[in-house]
Write a protein of this length. Structure first.
Ligand SMILES: NC(=O)c1ccc[n+]([C@@H]2O[C@H](COP(=O)([O-])OP(=O)(O)OC[C@H]3O[C@@H](n4cnc5c(N)ncnc54)[C@H](O)[C@@H]3O)[C@@H](O)[C@H]2O)c1
Ligand SMILES: [Zn+2]
Length: 367
């Protein structure tokens, strides 16, 4: 069965749960559900790509453990993360007479996880929800912490609920079929954890990046586990993002602005976060909050993954406008997570005048 070193516990009192991180764990999902005391009907929400790759294995694991399994397939991609598709999932649950104790399993990345968790939170005021996370972003970020939801035409993730899963299964073998670009984008979030909370983990990434890029099994498992431990610790202290949890947004103030300025076409999320981290570090250095080494080591590590690090040129007013429209802005003030050293960050309000001066300085032609 599962070894204790393959489990990260998310401690949230009654809402606590385990994250299982191990190659091949997807095939044991049925047993895990049994040990949660679940039985009867399970809905598996997924998309056609994931159904083709892992649907049969997951279904077999569930049926072998005595579950009746209904697959609910929704189209692939971020455009499916809508109220309409959440409502379609609920329709399927009604149609198959799901009860309070029937579980909903998300088989996929962050898109499938977010919408499935949200549907599970709504149906009968909440049914058990399990994530089988298949992207690096899902394994290190979106499956941990209970943020579920869908997009609104006027903004990403505007509709949602905090709803914790009963279990997360991260089968690191599934990452092998992930498109390379998605894998690399996840590495930006991985590097983020080093900067916000763990200098030794950052050094480990510097030391092992070539092996990680080659997807060496033990390194990948160490990476996913350490990221989950860090996120679990943060979420355990601040489940609903009233304070500490904001540090997880490092790289995201500028990252979100770049995504929105390019109308979500040029970058996938992690790519924008990588550029965001480099530039938030540059801003911190400009404000004399950290040494140049903090900027240089991040930029070098991100560059080694092959992720972009350069910021496209936009006018300052467009750039600042996009930063101000981020959903996380509170009462008109832009707060940004800025590094003090590797492993330590601080949340600070930004003065537009200061950012303008830094922006001009950044875009000055070099001598
Ligand atoms: N809830 C949270 O805390 C949180 C945190 C971060 C991101 N998110 C959300 O997560 C979403 C992004 O998630 P993502 O980066 O996982 O992308 P994704 O879910 O869109 O998956 C990326 C692509 O990879 C495919 N795919 C997934 N797993 C695969 C595999 N193992 N093999 C082959 N193909 C595979 C998917 O079908 C999809 O086309 C966004 O909607 C974002 O808002 C949520
Ligand atoms: Zn992110």
């Amino acid at each position: 069965m599962t070894r204790s070193n393959e489990i990260v516990k998310v401690g949230l009192g009654k809402r606590s749960y385990d994250i299982v991180i191990a190659p091949g764990s997807l095939h044991r999902t049925g047993k895990y559900l049994q040990s949660l005391g679940l039985s009867g009907t399970v809905g598996v929400v997924t998309n056609p790509t994931l159904a083709r790759l892992y649907g049969a294995s997951l279904k077999q694991a569930l049926v072998k453990a005595g579950f009746t399994c209904h697959v609910i397939s929704i189209p692939e991609g971020e455009r499916t993360k809508t109220l309409r598709w959440a409502s379609y999932i609920v329709d399927e649950l009604v149609k198959h007479r799901f009860e309070r104790r029937s579980a909903l399993v998300a088989l996929g990345g962050g898109v499938i996880g977010d919408i499935t968790g949200f549907a599970a939170s709504m149906y009968l005021r909440g049914i058990p929800f399990i994530q089988v996370a298949t992207t690096l972003v899902a394994q290190v970020d979106s499956s941990v912490g209970g943020k579920t939801g869908v997009n609104h035409p006027s903004g990403k993730n505007l509709i949602g609920a905090f709803y914790q899963p009963a279990l997360v299964v991260s089968d690191t073998n599934t990452l092998r079929t992930l498109p390379r670009r998605e894998w690399l984008a996840g590495l930006a979030e991985v590097i983020k954890y080093g900067v916000i909370s763990d200098r030794n983990f950052f050094a480990f990434l510097e030391d092992r990046m070539e092996h990680i890029l080659d997807m060496r099994e033990t390194d990948v498992q160490t990476v996913v586990k350490r990221c989950c431990e860090i996120k679990a610790k943060v979420v355990g202290k601040d489940e609903r993002e009233s304070g500490l949890r904001r540090i997880l947004n490092y790289g995201h103030t500028i990252g979100h602005a770049l995504e929105s300025l390019s109308r979500y076409r040029k970058y996938i999320h992690g790519e924008a976060v990588g550029i965001g981290m480099v530039h938030e570090a540059l801003l911190a250095h400009y404000l004399e909050l950290c040494s140049k080494d903090v900027v240089d080591r991040q930029r070098a590590l991100i560059q080694r993954t092959g992720l972009p690090v350069r910021m496209p040129v936009h006018s300052f007013s467009k750039f600042w406008g996009a930063m101000r429209h981020d959903k996380k802005v509170a009462s008109g003030t832009v707060h940004c997570v800025l590094p003090r050293s590797l492993g330590k960050v601080q949340v600070l309000p930004l003065e537009p005048r200061t950012v303008r001066r830094w922006y001009a300085y950044c875009h000055e032609p070099s001598p």
